[in-house]
Design a protein around this ligand. Structure first.
Ligand code: SAM
Length: 521
């Protein structure tokens, strides 16, 4: 993917040069604000509370906005609406995270997905594809890092149509909770004033300076790498942050022991006031690991500590930081922040106490790859799957034809309904994945298998997809590829007892005593 990216950057550089715009960058602009030549996407603050994402070049429909994606954090059974994350999370089923909780899962989609507007008055031109899921090598049998990083990554955004240079990028509105959050920030006056390409290059923040890759640090998982060279003092990424209380992240591991949501590991905190944390969602900045020899640091936007008045906290305000190069960085280098000494001590302690898990466990995505023929419920009595494993089917209850609906037996004594599975457009979207139990397997002469299953509901399923209470819903002729081996709720690594949890501590000159006092009440 390294080579891939290089190729893309080159093409971008050419396009940029040919429109003559990049040579206009005047030397009077402070170098710390200059958008790099090959940059493809920028964030522009149209006004203080209205910031938007723009493409700096012509782009083709169906191409990824960059050839890799950001991480997704799954919030398990959390009361989002009591926090400033309300209206900024998605239903967990949109990202395939529906089994990460018992009752309710919400997804945070940091980076461009959360930064681009999703105003209802505008047609979206971005669409995410399903994220990849894996432990980045940190298995619970082998690594003290197991359960300390999100398994959901590479959540790539694609253009839904051709895009011209200077066009705003718009996300589909999938927010749960207070859906009006981003709409509210758009006032009548600034309705459709788009900055010129020249303005974007002069005053924007480049959003594709960082890419994800496996970290060079042992047990750290994935890391953030520079996509181009940076001089010391250059801004690498804008980092909007949302305040969130530590109490909101309290959580129980699968054995009931008190811990925190995995999100804690991605939040910033201060020494002064451990009760208030800040969730950063700058592009790929969630992937920056700790290392004492740092090459980046965080500072407040324009180097001004914002005032956190009671009003703005009530409005669930968002503030912006900047990620700045503290030395010259070469393209391909990993970025490192200083997480602070208490983080370092906590990690050291955790390493010392860590013991490998020896239970029979294999994550759903691994078992799914391994198993060709699925076992029926009765076969599983003799040869069970690992205890954390469930089966799920891609199925749309709402797909039934009028004829099929009419044929539903009105006789209330017979609650068994049987349908034949069919592939329909868009069916393989993670939101149509739901629990199902395999009752029967039929193999054809060609070695293909077809299954009969009983379908179930799960929390978070759209209303139209729910099987009515009391109905036994059977579906036949399901192919193997429409059935997935999934994880039982509460069994994945982010629920693992004793998994490492610690926020990232930023220095006192970022979270000044005064600033933190304003948040504390
Ligand atoms: C903000 S995340 C960084 C991205 C993370 N590596 C990932 O793959 O998603 C912070 C977490 O990364 C891991 N991490 C960061 N720096 C580390 C280090 N120096 N050694 C071990 N783990 C580290 C820890 O699990 C930490 O809680």
């Amino acid at each position: 993917s390294n080579e891939n990216n290089e190729v893309v950057s080159e093409t971008c550089a050419d396009e940029n040069a040919s429109d003559g715009e990049s040579s206009v960058q005047s030397s009077s602009t402070p170098s710390s604000l200059l958008v790099p030549d090959a940059c493809g996407i920028v964030l522009a603050h149209v006004s203080e509370n209205d910031w938007r994402v723009y493409s700096l070049m012509d782009r083709k429909r169906s191409s990824p906005i960059v050839p890799y994606g950001d991480v997704v954090q799954q919030l398990a059974d959390m009361d989002i609406d009591a926090t400033s994350l309300s209206g900024r999370t998605w239903n967990g089923q949109e990202t395939g995270g529906q089994y990460e909780g018992y009752d309710k899962v919400d997804s945070l989609v940091p980076g461009i997905a959360m930064m681009a507007r999703n105003v209802n008055s505008k047609k979206p031109n971005l669409l995410p594809f399903v994220p990849r899921v894996d432990e980045a090598g940190l298995t619970r049998q082998q690594s003290p890092g197991a359960g300390s990083i999100t398994h959901y990554h590479n959540y790539t955004l694609f253009f839904t149509r051709d895009i011209g240079a200077g066009e705003e990028l718009i996300m589909p509105n999938r927010a749960t909770g207070d859906k009006s959050v981003r709409d509210q920030e758009v006032t009548e006056e600034d309705a459709d004033e788009n900055p010129t390409l020249f303005d974007l290059i002069q005053t924007g923040y480049c959003l594709d300076n960082i890419k994800p890759k496996k970290s060079r640090i042992k047990d750290a998982g994935r890391g953030a790498f520079a996509t181009r060279d940076f001089e010391e003092g250059t801004i690498v990424a804008p980092v909007p942050v949302l305040p969130i209380s530590r109490a909101a992240l309290e959580f129980e591991a699968s054995d009931g022991s008190p811990t925190y949501q995995l999100l804690l590991n991605y939040c910033f905190g201060s020494k002064d006031d451990p009760s208030t944390l800040f969730y950063p969602f700058g592009p790929w900045i969630n992937l920056i690991n700790h290392y004492p020899k740092t090459n980046v640091k965080l500072q407040w936007r324009n180097q001004k500590v914002p005032s956190a008045s009671k009003d703005s906290v009530d409005m669930m305000m968002m503030m912006t930081m900047e990620l700045v190069a503290t030395k010259d960085i070469k393209a391909g280098e990993e970025l490192f922040l200083d997480y602070g000494s208490s983080w370092e001590e906590a990690w050291h302690q955790h390493r010392q106490n860590w013991e490998p898990v020896t239970d029979h466990y294999s994550p759903g995505y691994v078992v799914d790859d391994t198993i060709r023929l699925l076992r029926t419920e009765s076969e599983q009595k003799d040869h069970p799957y690992p205890p954390n494993i469930d089966t799920s089917c891609f199925y749309r209850y709402s797909d039934r034809t009028g004829e099929e609906k009419a044929s539903i037996k009105k006789d209330s004594s017979d609650k068994v309904q049987t349908f034949q599975w069919k592939a329909t457009k868009g069916l393989y979207d993670p939101k149509f994945l739901r629990p199902c139990k395999v009752l029967q397997r039929k193999e054809t002469a060609k070695g293909r298998s077809g299954y009969a299953v009983r379908m179930f509901n799960r929390p978070g399923l759209d209303e139209a997809e729910r099987i009515p209470k009391g109905e036994m819903h059977l579906v036949t002729h399901i192919p193997r590829n429409a059935i997935r081996i999934t994880d039982k709720p509460g069994t994945t690594d982010q629920h693992l007892p004793g998994a490492f949890r610690h926020e990232i501590n930023l220095p006192d000159d970022v979270f000044t005593t005064e600033f933190m006092k304003e948040f504390h009440n």
